[in-house]
Design a protein around this ligand. Structure first.
Ligand code: NDP
Ligand code: 8X3
Length: 257
C-alpha cells in the first residue's frame, strides 16, 4: 500500500488505455475513485471489477469533457462524500487523423482541441478551486512526447500536447504559494486504443504503428503516475518523459524487420 487510503482520485478517460490502468493501480493502493468517460457501460463494468478485487469505493461518472456546462454541473453535483478530490488525473484525450495541415480536417482539429485542451481546462477549473481552498491536492496531466516534439503530420495533435505542457507549467506557477502539486507524465509510443481512434477503427493501420518494437504498456504509465503521486509533499515530479527503450525521439524508432 502506498498510502492512498481514504484519498479520492478523479480520473478522466478511465474507460480505456492509460486511464483504466491508472484506475486499477490506485484502487490496488487503497484509493477511492471517481472514474469518468463517455462510455458509461465500460465504467460500470470496471467499477464492479475493482470494487470486488480491491474492496475500494468507485464512482462511475458519465462525462464528455468537451461539454463545458456538463463538466461544471457534474463536479458540483458529486455526492458530498466525493467532493474532496485529492488527486486529479487529466488523462482523457485523443488524436484524429495523421495528415498535413493543408489536407487535414477541421472537424478533426476541433475534436482534438476541444478534448485535449479545452476539456482538460474545464475539468481543472471545476476541481482546482476546492484544492486551493483546502491548500492541498495534486493535478497530474497526461501529456505526450508530442508535447515536446513535432512529428510529420502531427501538427494539430502535437499542438494540443504542447498546450498541455504550457498549461501544466502555468498552473504550477499559479499555485506555487500553495501545497498543491502539478505534474505531467509524457509518454512515447504505447499500445492502447489510441491509434485505433486516430485511424477511425482501421485496426491494420493502428497495428502498424506498434510493429517491430516493444512499445509501452498502459501499466507502465500507471506505475509512473503512482510514483509521482506517492512522493513526500516536499517533492513535485514536474515532468516525466517515458519512452519505449527502442524509441529515441518522436521520429527515431528502431524496429526489427
Ligand atoms: P485510449 O483511446 O485507450 O483512451 C482514451 C480515453 O480518453 C478513453 O477512456 C476515452 O473514453 C477518453 N476520452 C476521449 N474523449 C473523451 C471525452 N470527450 N470526454 C471524456 N473522455 C474522453 O488512449 P490512451 O489511453 O492512449 O490515451 C490517454 C491519454 O494519453 C490521451 O490524452 C493521449 O493523448 C495520451 N497519450 C497516449 C499515448 C499513446 O501512445 N497511447 C502516448 C502519449 C500520450 P470515452 O471514449 O469512453 O469517452
Ligand atoms: C501519443 C504519442 O507519438 O503517437 O501522444 O503521438 S504519439
Amino acid at each position: 500500500m502506498k498510502g492512498f487510503n481514504n484519498k479520492i482520485v478523479f480520473i478522466t478517460g478511465a474507460s480505456s488505455g492509460f486511464g483504466k490502468a491508472i484506475a486499477e493501480q490506485f484502487a490496488k493502493n487503497g484509493a477511492n475513485l471517481i472514474i469518468a468517460a463517455r462510455r458509461y457501460e465500460r465504467l460500470k463494468e470496471l467499477s464492479v471489477i475493482l470494487k470486488k478485487k480491491y474492496k475500494t469505493e468507485i464512482y462511475p461518472l458519465k462525462l464528455d469533457v468537451r461539454k463545458k456546462s456538463d463538466v461544471f454541473k457534474a463536479v458540483k453535483a458529486l455526492p458530498v462524500k466525493w467532493q474532496k478530490i485529492d488527486i486529479l488525473i487529466n488523462n482523457a484525450g485523443l488524436s484524429r487523423g495523421l495528415d498535413t495541415l493543408h489536407e487535414g480536417s477541421t472537424k478533426d482539429w476541433d475534436e482534438m482541441i476541444d478534448t485535449n485542451v479545452k476539456g482538460l481546462l474545464y475539468v481543472t477549473k471545476a476541481v482546482l478551486p476546492q484544492m486551493v481552498k483546502r491548500n492541498s491536492g495534486h493535478i497530474i496531466n497526461i501529456g505526450s512526447i508530442a508535447g515536446h516534439e513535432v512529428y510529420p503530420k502531427g501538427n494539430v495533435y502535437c499542438a494540443t500536447k504542447h498546450a498541455v505542457d504550457a498549461i501544466t507549467k502555468g498552473i504550477r506557477i499559479d499555485v506555487v504559494n500553495t501545497d498543491i502539486r502539478v505534474s505531467t507524465i509524457d509518454p512515447g509510443l504505447a499500445e492502447t486504443e489510441f491509434s485505433i481512434i486516430r485511424f477511425r477503427g482501421n485496426v491494420n493501420k493502428a497495428k502498424a504503428v506498434y510493429t517491430g518494437i516493444e512499445v509501452l504498456r498502459a501499466e507502465d504509465i500507471a506505475d509512473a503516475v503512482i510514483y509521482t503521486a506517492s512522493r513526500p509533499l516536499r517533492v513535485n515530479i514536474a515532468e516525466m518523459i517515458i519512452m519505449p527503450n527502442k524509441q529515441a525521439s518522436s521520429t527515431i524508432v528502431h524496429r526489427k524487420n
